[in-house]
Ligand binder design. Structure first.
Ligand SMILES: [Zn+2]
Length: 163
């Protein structure tokens, strides 16, 4: 197995989500001198298809605390630092409110790190650039297979195979 390089901040172009001219601000990004609330100053808004693809993308990038498994690489928050580490142990803390404690190792110092989260709390997954490229291709293929209203089309369209 090749050693995996983990970067705290993976740099990669985001998936191309389908956008359209924002009708609220007519594509200008501003309304009455303020940033348009609908498109957040972008001048473009996600189409229904783009919104559905973004929701799908988020489902790939974030897991609920109880869905994390040993071996997942997640972002640990330590103080104000965000540290990517592989989860090496999981404790379930029973009580009035069940909590999940995820353990990892801070690579730089070799220190054990842990975060304790209530069930349902979203955990941001830390992917390698290669993994993110796969996710990007998945999201774009998913979007291409959606109908105009953002539904998964019943007849899956064959899209260009990602190499
Ligand atoms: Zn707008």
């Amino acid at each position: 197995m090749k050693k995996e390089v983990l970067s705290d901040v993976a740099t990669l172009a985001a998936p191309q989500l389908e956008r359209t001219h924002c009708t609220r601000c007519n594509g200008s990004g501003t309304r009455g001198g303020f940033a348009c609330m609908t498109c957040e100053g972008d001048g473009a808004a996600l189409t229904k298809r783009g919104q559905a693809a973004r929701a799908y993308m988020r489902s790939l990038l974030v897991k609920r605390a109880q869905e994390v498994t040993v071996g997942d690489v997640i972002h640990f928050t330590v103080g104000h630092l965000k540290i990517a580490s592989r989860v090496n142990r999981i404790d379930i803390l029973a009580g009035a409110n069940i909590r999940v404690r995820l353990h990892g190792v801070r690579k730089k110092t070799g220190d054990d790190i842990a975060i304790c989260l209530p069930i349902g709390r979203p955990v941001s997954m830390a992917y390698t650039v290669t993994e993110l490229q796969v996710i990007r291709a998945k999201v774009e293929a998913y979007q291409a297979g959606l109908t105009k209203t953002g539904e998964v089309s019943r007849k899956p369209r064959i899209t260009a195979q990602a190499a």
